[in-house]
Design a protein around this ligand. Structure first.
Ligand SMILES: NC(=O)C1=CN([C@@H]2O[C@H](COP(=O)(O)OP(=O)(O)OC[C@H]3O[C@@H](n4cnc5c(N)ncnc54)[C@H](OP(=O)(O)O)[C@@H]3O)[C@@H](O)[C@H]2O)C=CC1
Ligand SMILES: CC(C)(CO)C(=O)C(=O)O
Length: 307
């Protein structure tokens, strides 16, 4: 399988390098600055699942340089998605399917509208990863899950092929028949974790220690369950309990990528995550007072300056 990784940030570099490690044909489609950094330093994974160095990965900055691809892993932040559409159209026209692993939900319908429903596979990742100053991946914790599944029955073949190559890779890979439900489950979890850690500017430990603060986490989960079920999420009370349990089990220092970005003064994905939830809620008349409050508290830091 020929895989293009569009966006070699934390997720793209991690999964792309894991595929390279097992001999898969991988091309990183990146912007100029990141291309220069990768050409100079390669891609290094400093990972709880084993370090790996991809010394000389294939890097391009234009989809026209890629002859053909079977799959494109889309691993940019929500606020950068619009800027990838031309590249994705070029690759889709050459026959590639697209597997986005962004958090959130709005990107799925946007990509389906732009590229066609047969092209867009459902996907998400559960991993704690970031890039260090050299552009190397720092992967902490035990999770490194890539969860995916068809959103159109024509995609079963490529999903099976991906599952097969993942067997040999250092990736906790799972294909599911109901990726929509999994996307909503992850959206519920991340809306709560990202919302409260970013708004409070604290990791999960201190948030758990204050019942008044953890109550907000619980209310965000409940709101997201309602929203998911106004669409095709089919979330249950057991899913909310499992998410709460998962949050209770996290290392006290664990936090969301959005909170890490707030600490760095980087752009925050808040409009894609919480803004997206509010927009989806308005369309189906679901009230989301806690999500709106988080959105309001985090918005002033969207473009940096949050520390
Ligand atoms: N980090 C994590 O632990 C997790 C993140 N997620 C989700 O995954 C998604 C990606 O997150 P993450 O990997 O952390 O993000 P990063 O910010 O680490 O990486 C995103 C990358 O996308 C690149 N990019 C942006 N626009 C383009 C473009 N037009 N062409 C090529 N590359 C581009 C950026 O490159 P440049 O250097 O040029 O800006 C950057 O390297 C988000 O939706 C996030 O919520 C999900 C699970 C865990
Ligand atoms: C919580 C986590 C790390 C789980 O994958 C995540 O999705 C994020 O921080 O963006």
């Amino acid at each position: 399988m020929r895989i293009v990784v569009l966006g070699a940030g934390a997720l793209g570099a991690y999964f792309g390098a894991r595929w390279m490690e097992t001999g898969v044909d991988v091309t990183f489609l990146v912007r100029e600055k990141r291309a220069a950094q990768i050409r100079e330093n390669g891609i290094r994974l400093n990972s709880t699942k084993g370090d790996y160095v991809a010394a000389n990965p294939r890097v391009v900055t234009d989809a026209d340089e890629i002859e053909a691809a079977d799959l494109v892993l889309v691993s940019v932040k929500g606020y950068h998605l619009d800027g990838t559409l031309d590249q994705l159209r070029t690759l889709a026209d050459k026959g590639a399917c697209v597997l986005p692993v962004l958090n959130g939900m709005e990107h799925v319908s946007l990509l389906q509208k732009e590229l066609g429903k047969k092209t867009v596979i459902g996907g998400l990742a559960f991993i704690f990863a970031g890039l260090n100053d050299k552009g190397h991946v720092e992967h902490t914790g035990n999770a490194h899950q890539l969860l995916f599944g068809p959103l159109d029955e024509s995609q079963k073949v490529i999903c099976d092929q991906l599952e097969a190559i993942n067997q040999d890779a250092v990736i906790d890979s799972r294909q599911t028949e109901d990726i929509s439900r999994e996307l909503w489950k992850k959206y519920m979890f991340i809306n709560a974790l990202s919302g409260v850690t970013t708004a409070a500017n604290l990791p999960i430990g201190p948030i758990r220690n204050h019942p008044e603060t953890f109550h907000i986490v619980e209310m965000l989960l409940q709101e997201m369950k309602q929203l998911a079920n106004a669409y095709d999420g089919k979330l249950t009370d057991a899913d909310v309990t499992a998410a709460k349990q998962n949050l209770s089990n996290l290392d006290p220092e664990a936090t969301s990528s959005t909170h890490k970005d707030r600490r760095k003064g980087a752009t925050l994905e808040v409009d894609h995550l919480h803004g997206g939830a509010v927009r989806l809620a308005e369309a189906v008349n679901v009230a989301m007072p806690y999500t709106r409050t988080v959105l309001g508290l985090v918005k002033p830091f969207e473009y940096g300056g949050g520390n």
